[in-house]
Every structure is written in C-alpha cells, then in structure tokens.
Design a protein around this ligand. Structure first.
Ligand code: FES
Ligand code: FE2
Length: 447
C-alpha cells in the first residue's frame, strides 16, 4: 500500500486551485486508484446501441480496466455484463463484436449463460448435484453491471451499484449528445465506418486535457494545418474550396478566434469549447440537408439545431465528442503511461451521404494515427509523459484566465475560449470522485 491509498487528504493535495501535481499523470499507484475509484464511481461510456441492433449482438470493451460485454438481450433490452466466467475466470466473449445467439458459451468448460448473464447450463451437471453449488457465487452466472443507462442510444454504466444518478452526473451536458442526435432528420445515429484504434504512450488525462486546450493548435499544428492554409492561400481566385482544406485550415485560427469561440463548463467535470462559434462553423452547406431538416423539425428548430456548433465536449472522465462533425473519441486507460484511443464516426440517419463523407474525411485527416494533425499532439503527449518525471518542477500549470471567484456550478457562465477553466473543472471533479468512496460517501456522489 502506497502513500495515496486510503488517504483522501493526500489525493486532494494533488489538485490545487490552478495547479495539478505531476503524480496524477505518472504515479502507478494513482492510476490504480483511478481504476478503483474514479472509473467505478462515474458514469462511463460503454458503447452505442447501433452496434448491437439484433438480439444476441454483443460488443466487448472495457470500463476502466474492467472487461465488460454489452449485449442485446432476448427481450430487446441492452445489458452490460462483466466479461468473466464465474467458473475459472475466463473471458467469455473473446471477440470484440459478433452475435452470440441466445446464450454465451465459455470456451474452457462450455458453461453457458443467457444474455442477461444468468447461468443456463453446465455440461455433465450431475457432478454438482450433491454439493451446495446452488448457494455459491458461480451459480449466479456472469455478473451484470447494475447501473446501466441508455441515453438516446448512448450506453453508459456506473460500476459501483450505489452512487450518483445518471441525471445528476451529466445534467445539462447531455445537450451535446442531444444536438448531435438532432442533426439527423430522423433523430437517429448509426455508428458507421469502423473505428480507428491506436495506443498513445501517455496518461489518459493528457488526451482529455488537450481537447479544450485552445492555445496549442496554432503552435503544434502550424507545420501541418499551417502548410495546408498557406497552400490554399495561393489558389487562384474562384477555386472551389476542397473539403479537406475546409477541415484543415481552421486548426491554425488565431488566438483571438479561439478566445471568441468561448468555453462553458458543467458540474462533475464536463465542459465544452465553442459556445458562440467554433472551427466547425464555416463548413459549406451540404446540398439538400437544410431542406430535410426543415421538413423534419420546422424552420426555426432546424436552424437552432444547425446553428449550435460546439467544438469539443468532454464527458468526464474519458469520452469526447464533436457534434457538428459526428465524431467521438474514447480514451481508454491501459496503464499510467498507455492509453488506447478509439475514434468513432456516426451516420446521421436520413441525411445526405455527403455528410458522412465529411465525417469520415475529418476522422482520417484529424484523428487517424496516419493523420498529419494527430501525430503533432502525440509527440507532445509523449514528450510530456517523459519529462514530467523531472525533478525540476512538480506541478502542471492551469492558471490561464484563472479567477478565484470563477463559477463552479453555473452552466450559463460562458467565458473566454482560451481559459483553462475546463481543465480545472475536470481536475476538481477528479479529486471529488477519487476520494468520494474512500470517505464512504458514494451515495449522492461527489460534492
Ligand atoms: S472457465 Fe468458463 S466454463 Fe470453466
Ligand atoms: Fe491538437
């Protein structure tokens, strides 16, 4: 047991008003405690209902480091099970996704389980007849995660059976999901185009921090997006702007642009950049789309939906979303210095195909490991992960536009988009959730 285990005061001391201690990013004990407390006490994204449209469809993933499987049960509901056989502990669903039919079958001794996790059968069962097997843990089958919530097809779970409610945890931040879903004339999203998966050699929080760090793009992406912008500036007048240029060039917008874009935070660590406008605001119209939206929602509502151009939304702890381009990234912690990045894309059901084309292009150009933009960020994450071990300094600095009286719980408060407010917001939530169950107060959640 190290110095942070069962020591909420020591953990709280890692997060000052506008500074964060380096141990939060480099200490393996802190990482283990994050898995035990933070990822168990918060509502963590599991998957999307469109990945499992038919009964028996499943998708296996992780919540923190816990292997889980999300499955469409025989009654049509979505269940999340711990992906662990109650017999000898084998991972039952071995593939990432598939259809298991009416039951899961463990590959080791062929115990079978219904898709709600309950035990269906054991081969050569008479071996258990004169035992007290029916009273033991394994007779309950695969354990189900109790706290599961499906919100507009996005599936979340909280591993601890007791704790903050889904509505309290997310509150008004759900408006970003709402907006992305409402962009479909049919109010429906479908995961499409596969997923980009790669590992960054850094702590998962570095990726989260970077999503609302608006003073890095014009620096770190100067060589990539800046080159695209300068090439485009030499195009003869009247040249049709290629979609790729439209996606690339806003990354080298000025500090003033990002400042005016605005930032807003919600309680429990959520927040977003791009309140009044964003780097997605000036995309050209897709032929036929506005007409479809007006027909579906009426003129006023359709315009309101499309006018909302949020940049990055953080759903604390590890989900981030870009509604106007229908992309979503999940930062899955693997170790204190290893993070699996998944970048997903959505089709707006009923919308023109060209929108999906833009979504896929965006993912390829900005989020892919082969992208000329994403590896700019990767390099700085890895350099930070290495240099944070230095004895030279102990703290990471979040003082940009810090105000000691800044609102903590006021979602109406919008401020300068270069403010490091959201990074402070998520670290305050981090300290709350890390210590909540250490102090034996999971009920009602963190303060
Ligand atoms: S470990 Fe699963 S059936 Fe034995
Ligand atoms: Fe970046």
């Amino acid at each position: 047991m190290g110095r942070y285990t069962d020591n909420p005061a020591a953990i709280r001391a890692l997060v000052r008003e506008a500074e964060v201690h380096k141990d939060t990013y480099i200490d393996p004990e802190i990482f283990d405690l994050e898995m035990e407390h933070l990822f168990a006490n918060t509502w963590v994204y599991v998957g999307h209902a469109s990945q499992i449209p038919n009964k028996g469809d499943y998708y296996s993933t992780t919540v923190g480091l816990e292997p889980v499987v999300m499955v469409r049960h025989t009654d049509g509901s979505i269940r999340v099970l711990y992906n662990r056989c109650p017999h000898k502990g084998v991972k039952v669903a071995g593939e990432t996704c598939g259809n298991t039919g009416k039951f899961f079958r463990c590959p080791y001794h062929a115990w079978t389980f219904k898709t709600d996790g309950s035990l269906l059968s054991i081969p050569f069962k008479q071996g258990y007849e004169k035992t007290e097997f029916s009273c033991c843990e394994a007779s309950g089958g695969m354990a189900a995660v109790q706290a599961v919530q499906v919100y507009r097809d996005f599936v979340f779970c909280r591993l601890n059976p007791e704790g903050i409610s889904f509505d309290d945890f997310f509150g008004k931040s759900l408006s970003t999901i709402d907006n992305m879903v409402d962009r479909s004339p049919e109010g429906k999203l479908q995961i499409t185009g596969g997923v980009l998966r790669y590992i960054n050699r850094c702590n998962w929080k570095m990726l989260v921090d970077n999503q609302t760090d608006t003073t890095h793009p014009m620096v770190v992406h100067e060589s990539s997006a800046g080159t695209a912008a300068s090439a485009w500036s030499k195009a003869p007048p009247g040249t049709l702007k290629p979609m790729a240029v439209e996606v690339f060039t806003p990354f080298v917008s000025s500090y003033e642009f990002f400042a005016e874009m605005g930032i807003r935070v919600w309680p429990h660590g959520h927040g977003h950049t791009g309140v009044s406008k964003s780097i997605h605001s000036d995309y050209s119209a897709i032929p036929g789309y506005l007409e479809q939206m007006e027909a579906a929602y009426g003129k006023e509502r359709a315009h309101a939906i499309l006018h909302e151009n949020r940049h990055n939304t953080i759903y604390f702890p590890n989900l981030t979303m870009k509604g106007p381009v229908q992309t979503m990234r999940v930062f899955k912690p693997l170790a204190v210095d290893r993070t699996l990045v998944e970048s997903w894309t959505f089709r707006l059901v009923g919308a023109p195909d060209m929108l999906l084309e833009r979504t896929l292009m965006y993912n390829r150009l900005i989020n892919a490991p082969t992208s000329v933009v994403a590896h700019d960020d990767t390099e700085v994450y890895e350099r930070a992960q290495e240099a944070l071990h230095s004895r030279g300094r102990d703290w990471m600095n979040l003082y940009r536009l810090y105000d000691k009286d800044e609102p903590r719980d006021d979602p109406q408060h919008e401020t300068n988009g270069t403010n490091e407010l959201q990074m402070r917001n998520q670290m305050r939530a981090w300290a709350d959730f890390m210590t909540a169950s250490m102090q034996g107060k999971t009920e009602g959640g963190a303060a």
